[in-house]
Design a protein around this ligand. Structure first.
Ligand code: COA
Length: 164
């Protein structure tokens, strides 16, 4: 068994925000390797392709040496098994996240009891943030620099310029 402590951090990341980066930095402090993985949420219709989202994540986590970027299609527990991850990271911003995360955590634990699920709290400056809000502000030409990395600001501008 590998002694490397590896965690996966799955999400839609459409796009990655400073709140996600805050969680990744905290996870990188705890684990040898953190794999940020772009997952498919069947209830969502993303603005960016998987490749675009991965590229924005790569550019946003360059300062973190133990962090890798990947994607997967299927069940998160199967992905954890094949990558040999011992833990899965999720962020908890507010009580409103709890019910959804609790349900998902119990399903994942039933399917794969060996995977430890770790919930991290981002800095309070990011508790109001989500990717939908960022996309909406960007779509109307608002300033999104307080919410996302410079790489993501650029990609969002390009995306909405193309659409208009
Ligand atoms: N800072 C800012 N925003 C954050 C955040 C943080 N720290 N943490 C979460 N969010 C936001 C996201 O931006 C996202 O916003 P949006 O809804 O406006 O796009 C929202 O909170 C939830 O996002 P995310 O963490 O990306 O979760 P998700 O619900 O989109 O994805 C999966 C959940 C992909 C991990 C889950 O569906 C999954 O595991 N799918 C694979 C299939 C599977 O195994 N299903 C069974 C699971 S029980």
């Amino acid at each position: 068994m590998s002694s490397v402590k590896r965690a996966i951090y799955p999400g839609t990341f459409d796009p990655i925000t400073l709140g996600h980066i805050d969680i990744i930095e905290r996870a990188a402090f705890l684990f040898d390797e953190v794999v940020v993985t772009v997952a498919r949420n069947i209830g969502k219709n993303p603005l960016f392709t998987v490749e675009e989202r991965m590229e924005m994540i790569r550019e946003s986590v360059r300062h973190l040496p133990g962090v890798k970027v990947d994607n997967f299609n299927g069940l998160i527990v199967d992905y954890a098994k094949t990558t040999g991850a011992q833990a899965m990271i999720r962020g908890l911003r507010a009580m409103s996240d709890f019910e959804y995360e609790f349900q998902m955590a119990l399903v994942n634990r039933t399917l794969y009891p060996d995977m430890v699920q770790v919930f991290l709290m981002p800095h309070e400056a990011y508790t109001h943030l989500n990717s939908t809000v960022v996309r909406e502000v960007a779509s109307f030409g608002g300033d999104i620099s307080p919410f996302v990395s410079t790489a993501v600001v650029k990609k969002l501008k390009e995306k909405f310029e193309k659409k208009s």
